[in-house]
Design a protein around this ligand. Structure first.
Ligand code: 2BA
Length: 108
């Protein structure tokens, strides 16, 4: 068994959740905060058989968009990105995905 931990933007979380549930899989949505923007995002926890990992990643690719966020320059450490005056464009998402081995799973 694998645990997929996927960090997605709040705007995409409903669509991702619906797609995963629609595929007959189970998922938990956790409200989270990105360390860089210190803004809300969503973490999805999805326990699946190894054979279903690619399915979940495919659904995340379909439902989670990459977006650009305009951020004040002073709050951004990396100075090498394209700038708009005192602002910088920061690309965010679609989804940041970790796939972990599950040593043990049971529901009691
Ligand atoms: P945040 O930490 O709020 O990061 C938002 C976006 O800011 C990132 O988008 C990235 O484009 C930029 N960014 C973050 N840290 C940076 C840095 N040190 N230097 C330059 N730019 C930086 P994404 O990469 O798409 O990440 C979206 C969210 O996914 C992150 O929100 C964070 O909550 C999570 N995340 C991404 N990578 C992670 C990792 N390796 N471990 C844990 N969480 C991660």
């Amino acid at each position: 068994m694998k645990l997929i931990v996927a960090i997605v933007q709040d705007q995409d979380s409903d669509a991702a959740l619906r797609a995963i549930i629609g595929a007959g899989l189970r998922v938990t949505r956790v409200a989270s905060t990105g360390g860089f923007f210190r803004d809300g995002n969503t973490t999805l926890l999805c326990g699946v058989d190894e054979a279903q990992v690619a399915t979940v990643i495919g659904l995340l690719q379909q439902t989670c968009q990459s977006r650009t966020r305009i951020q004040p320059m002073e709050s951004y450490a990396a100075r090498s990105l394209p700038t708009l005056g005192a602002y910088v464009e920061v690309p965010v998402g679609g989804a940041t995905v970790f796939v972990l081995d599950v040593a043990h799973f049971e529901q009691v």
